[in-house]
Ligand binder design. Structure first.
Ligand code: OGA
Ligand code: MN
Length: 304
């Protein structure tokens, strides 16, 4: 069956049909998904709930897997045993390691709430993340949507003078920045050091589409050569511009949904829900291998 795309939102995103996520993909199917991702930035696939094995096998067709924030959780001093057999399968839930709703004052709940800030997964590391694949297993009775905004469209909507002003800027992304902002400050030195900050140009060219885009979000804490207050205000202004409600797609989940988004050019956030009700999603993520050597600060500055 041929892959088919229908728009999700007027500006970006598509529903993809014609793919059985439980079956191995042919190289043509992988290419068709990549093409769809490069155009739409966000794909929705609907179907039955996948086993962790099936989700991991599907994700692996698109490249090496990202460990992301689990590197902090695996650092000495963390008391968060993982619920899954795969370290690379992120437990995006409000459940503790025994599968019960986690205590309100636990770090698991802080992690879950941190996802409610606009962000790009693993922007805090080099190489960074490319595709996130988030799969719905258990849903609360209301709330808990996931929202998306396209940083390519956001760049296009900036005036020329602002585009020129942003072009030479390099931002620093730090894994714990969003947690610290939420008052979760009690990290060990080993946890603080588990993921050193990464620096990325504020404006980049998306290699899949050739379009320019912003690269911002909750992990961004500073801009090279700029006073912190000025940098943070600029970053907040850009975030507000990017996530204007008219330009956001809000996904109301159904069990079995798999959403795939391109972290290189899309921002996302979870929305609030009753933390006493179970909400369970599983995320597998690929690495943006080329980002290991692309966008080094020297290169960013030279092209400015
Ligand atoms: C994620 C994430 C938001 C949500 O899985 O990376 O940010 O709605 N999820 O759970
Ligand atoms: Mn996320």
């Amino acid at each position: 069956m041929k892959l088919h795309f229908e728009p999700l939102h007027p500006d970006f995103g598509a529903v993809a049909t014609g793919l059985d996520l439980r079956q191995p993909l042919t190289p043509e199917q992988v290419r068709a998904v990549d093409d769809g991702m490069n155009t739409h930035g966000l794909l929705l696939c609907r179907g039955p709930v996948l086993s962790p094995d099936q989700q991991m096998a599907f994700t692996r067709s698109f490249g090496p897997l990202d460990l992301g924030f689990r590197r902090v959780k695996n650092a000495p001093g963390s008391a968060q045993p993982h619920r899954f057999e795969y370290d690379e399968l992120a437990d995006i839930s409000n459940l503790d390691s025994s599968g019960q709703v986690a205590a309100r004052n636990s770090r698991k709940i802080v992690s879950n709430i941190a996802n409610q800030m606009w962000h790009a997964d693993s922007s805090f590391q080099r190489p960074r993340a490319k595709y996130s694949m988030l799969h719905a297993v258990t849903l609360p009775s209301s709330g808990g949507a996931t929202e998306f905004a396209d940083e390519r469209n956001a760049y296009d909507r900036l005036d020329k003078a602002t585009q020129a002003r942003l072009a030479p800027l390099v931002a620093e992304h730090f894994a714990l920045h969003s947690r610290l902002a939420l008052g979760d400050t009690d990290y060990t030195e080993a946890q603080m050091a588990a993921i050193p900050p990464a620096r990325w140009p504020l404006v980049q060219t998306h290699s899949g589409s050739g379009r320019k885009h912003l690269y911002i979000g909750a992990h961004t804490r500073a801009i090279d050569g700029m006073v912190v207050a000025e940098a943070r205000m600029l970053l907040w202004d850009l975030l507000e511009h990017t996530t204007h409600p008219d330009r956001v797609y809000s996904h109301a989940w159904q069990i079995g949904d798999l959403l795939i988004w391109d972290n290189r050019c899309m921002l996302h956030r979870g929305r609030a829900y009753d933390l006493g009700e179970r909400r369970e999603l599983r995320r597998s993520t690929t690495l943006d291998a080329e980002s290991e050597h692309r966008f080094l600060p020297e290169e960013a500055l030279q092209t400015a």
